[in-house]
Ligand binder design. Structure first.
Ligand code: GRF
Length: 216
């Protein structure tokens, strides 16, 4: 990919590789967007988990989607990532979506897929990076929470932001209800962000993701 364009023929669906560690509800939301025709010109080439019993793997198999496991326990990061990268290449993946993938990526992996790795994080970054972002936001007492889809760089929850969806924190919320309402937004946000990236109609200027319609 250049700054914004994927290197592929326009007639070919773009192939997603989705990396998970758990239940995979974001993966399933993407799969449903594709099935429903909301997310066009895209197919899921493979779902990869670093956790052997991740529930999302079984769902992938039920949907007839290729599913692979590379158990990361006890593995050196770079070696594990090299296995994952090999699998993504085997499946001719164009765009990698981290969806609840609870493992830091090695710099080598990030460098191998420049501007081709997306992540979803359940906060309005740069607030509350890292684990349990929703609980962090709730405990901090913020009035607005949400989620962020961003490109992945070498730093945790850090790359250029593609889109964010915000919701009010209600007086009646507890961490559980806030997490659930953020998750509902995540399920919309990821497909929207993928559609924007797949369109190729954008530029990244510094940290800013700018849609082509907004170009001067
Ligand atoms: C989501 O909240 C995502 O933002 C975070 O981990 C959770 C994964 O949920 N990174 P799921 O596995 O997609 O259901």
């Amino acid at each position: 990919m250049g700054n914004s364009q994927m290197d592929r023929s326009p007639a070919m669906p773009l192939r997603l590789g989705i990396l998970i560690s758990g239940r995979g509800s974001n993966f399933l939301a993407i799969a449903e967007s594709i099935r429903a025709g909301r997310l066009k010109s895209v197919e899921i080439a493979v779902v990869i988990s670093n956790v052997p019993d991740a529930a999302g793997l079984e769902r992938a198999r039920e949907l007839g989607i290729a599913a692979a496991v590379f158990d990361s326990r006890g593995r050196k990061r770079a070696e594990h990532d090299a296995d994952v990268a090999g699998c993504l290449k085997e499946h001719r993946v164009d765009l990698i979506c981290l969806a609840g993938y609870m493992r830091l990526l090695s710099p080598q992996f990030v460098a191998a897929f420049p501007n081709r790795i997306l992540n979803i994080h359940p906060s309005l970054l740069p607030a509350f990076p890292g684990l349990e972002a929703q609980e962090q936001a709730f405990a901090y007492g913020v009035k607005v929470a949400g989620c962020t889809v961003h490109f992945v760089d070498e730093e945790l929850d850090h790359g250029a932001i593609i889109l964010q969806r915000a919701i009010p924190v209600l007086e009646t919320d507890d961490p559980h209800s806030l997490t659930a309402r953020i998750l509902t937004e995540e399920h919309k946000a990821y497909s929207e962000a993928i559609a924007m990236v797949v369109s190729g109609e954008y530029e990244i200027r510094g940290r800013r993701f700018i849609k082509r319609a907004a170009f001067p």
